[in-house]
Design a protein around this ligand. Structure first.
Ligand SMILES: [Cu+2]
Length: 329
């Protein structure tokens, strides 16, 4: 029964994060290498277990009935199975791997500057759009918007420890290393949402350091980017205006940016268009309840986070603050 449910679970396993279901050129290169290796080793393993079963079940007879060493040329099994087949297989994999590796633009001299810079933080992703003039600079968090069908050069850097960016359907794991610039060329063939996460243990909350690559039709992407470049909208309700006041003059402005306000700090994520994102803190849904809980006690939801517990707000103040955050479309 258990075995069946395991099989069912495997069959139902979504292809959403599977490196064997590529959705872009970089991931396809890896899958093209991965599939033949997977098939070859599956066939070899089955053959080996069949041989083991055969050895275990064949008639053995007495010691006297045994042939002398290699009477029937049995050593050929050792030579072919033990040396020739592995030798050919590993050489082929070695050559194929080198070819696959050389197909990636590892050398940053090949790049004419990045379109996007991703900065790894414990434990969230800062996503900067660095094309254009300084005024065009925008930053968001945990969602990497890209135009579908286009090559996007992404620079990978770290603000603290080593992280690793991995959206399995789009590209292989690439580390974000302090003091070093790494690059990937990202391309999603079709519009869609591609899930990813940190693939290098980076501390307590590594497991929830997730992100999404959101690929849109190019026109829709440009629209999104143009909107991101605008400052935050002025809140219209009295509650949200009070919330803005609290945000600007409370602790929030010491760590966060909301363009168009006095808040210009960069310790935490840029919140200018927070309400356009689907999550907060890289893994929680961006709804009223989670925003409340996050502001009051972020460390209880993400132990070790740099965002402190801010327990001094009254219920009404908290309500206004969250109201304001929800206007940041
Ligand atoms: Cu990480």
């Amino acid at each position: 029964m258990r075995r069946w449910s395991l099989l069912l679970a495997l069959a139902a396993c979504s292809t959403e994060r599977s490196a064997l279901h590529p959705s872009g050129p970089a991931a396809r290169l890896l899958a093209d290498l991965g599939w033949p290796i997977l098939v070859f080793f599956t066939v070899t393993s089955v053959a080996m277990w069949a041989l083991v079963a055969w050895v275990a079940t064949r008639r053995t007879g007495t010691l006297l009935e045994h042939d002398g060493p290699d009477a029937k040329g049995g050593q050929k099994w050792v030579v072919y199975g033990g040396f020739v087949v592995p030798g050919v297989a590993f050489s082929a994999i070695f050559v194929a791997t080198l070819r696959t590796m050389s197909a990636f633009p590892m050398d940053h001299h090949q790049h004419h500057g990045a379109d996007i810079r991703v900065v790894g933080h414990q434990w969230w992703w800062e996503v900067q759009y660095v094309r254009g003039s300084l005024n065009d600079f925008v930053a968001t968090a945990n969602e990497i918007h890209v135009p579908a069908g286009q090559q996007i050069d992404v620079e990978l850097v770290s603000a603290d420890v080593i992280h690793s960016l991995w959206a399995p359907r789009l590209h292989g794991k690439v580390d974000l290393i302090p003091g070093m610039d790494n690059f990937i060329r990202l391309q999603a063939d079709r519009p869609g949402v591609y899930e990813g996460g940190c693939a290098e243990f980076c501390g307590l909350e590594h497991a929830v350091m997730r992100f999404k690559v959101i690929a849109d039709e190019p026109a829709k992407f440009e629209q999104w980017l143009a909107h991101q470049r605008e400052p935050a909208p002025e809140p219209s309700s009295a509650e949200a205006r009070r919330g803005k006041e609290l945000f600007e003059h409370g602790a929030c402005a010491l760590c966060h940016t909301v363009r168009g306000t006095v808040a210009r700090a960069t310790v935490g994520p840029d919140l200018t268009h927070l309400a356009g994102r689907s999550t907060i803190a890289a893994y929680l849904p961006r709804d009223v309840a989670d925003l409340h809980a996050w502001i009051v006690n972020a460390p209880s939801l993400k132990p070790g986070t740099q965002m402190p517990a801010l327990t001094h707000f009254t219920g009404e103040e908290l309500h206004d603050l969250v109201d304001y955050l929800q206007t940041l479309k």
